[in-house]
Design a protein around this ligand. Structure first.
Ligand code: BGC
Length: 250
């Protein structure tokens, strides 16, 4: 069987990145291409960039796209860190129309989690696995026996009277100039709360901080095993392409 690459696109607050993905191996084929996220990042402006990326790769086929919000059946329903005009927007419909391709849109943490489960730190892990991404916000992807429960949004859980994302994201660490130890204590408090609520078997920590795990893992006291994500900044692209490759009919 000839395995066609699938185009994966990762929509973030500062950049929109695309690459062709070998969805059997979970690896990129060739270079990533990055276009700065337009400001304001309205559905119309972002849709234009998605089509620019498709045309850059001169690609026709299935496309998987990540978006940092709740995405149900292609429609974006929240906008914690994106332009509020995305609430209720038919993202998959607009991207499909602009590109002339079938497009599947999914939450960014869900996409990264799917990639880690298939090709990275979650490989061969059954049971209940939580992937958490620490960046501008905190994203979550929950798996049980390898199956994703989408759109869990656990970064918005309230703990200590405030949303966790507002005091434990990587953005807060940088902006408040927190030392690794101080920030790790916050992450630990959050992980222990998730352990209390869900009794997971494994935490996978993703986002930019996954490269720096040796700086803060030693301070974590939560009893559930914690591992760093392995696909680094490719996880979203790989996961989106992988899901699109499997769910969009040929
Ligand atoms: C959003 C999530 C997203 C996470 C990481 C949160 O603010 O609500 O949908 O997965 O940030 O980008």
């Amino acid at each position: 069987m000839v395995n066609h690459p699938v185009l994966g696109i990762d929509i973030g607050g500062s950049g929109i990145k695309g690459a062709l993905v070998d969805v059997e191996k979970g690896t990129l084929i060739g270079e990533r291409h990055r276009i700065p996220t337009p400001q304001p990042a309205t559905p119309q402006a972002v849709t234009k960039v998605v089509e620019e990326l498709r045309s850059h790769f001169d690609y026709r086929g299935k496309i998987g796209v990540t978006f940092p919000a709740v995405v149900r059946h292609g429609v974006t329903h929240t906008a914690a860190n994106v332009d509020s005009s995305w609430i209720g927007a038919d993202a998959a419909g607009s991207f499909s129309k602009a590109t002339g391709c079938n497009v599947q849109v999914l939450n960014d943490a869900d996409a990264a989690g799917v990639a880690e489960m298939a090709f990275g730190a979650g490989r061969e892990h059954d049971g209940v696995v939580f992937m958490l991404t620490f960046g501008t916000g905190i994203g979550s992807a929950v798996f049980t026996e390898g199956e994703l429960l989408p759109n869990t949004e656990l970064g918005h859980l309230e703990l200590g009277g405030r949303e966790v994302e507002d005091w434990a994201s990587d953005k807060v660490r940088k902006e408040s100039d927190l030392g690794w130890k101080k920030w790790a204590k916050r992450v630990d408090r959050y992980l222990q709360y998730l352990e209390f609520l869900f009794s997971p078997d494994l935490f996978i920590i993703g986002g930019g901080v996954s490269k720096k795990s040796t700086r803060f893992f030693p301070y974590l006291e939560v009893t559930v095993p914690v591992v760093a994500a392995e696909l680094l900044n490719e996880a979203g692209i790989v996961g989106a392409a992988y899901v699109a490759g499997r769910t969009i009919p040929s």
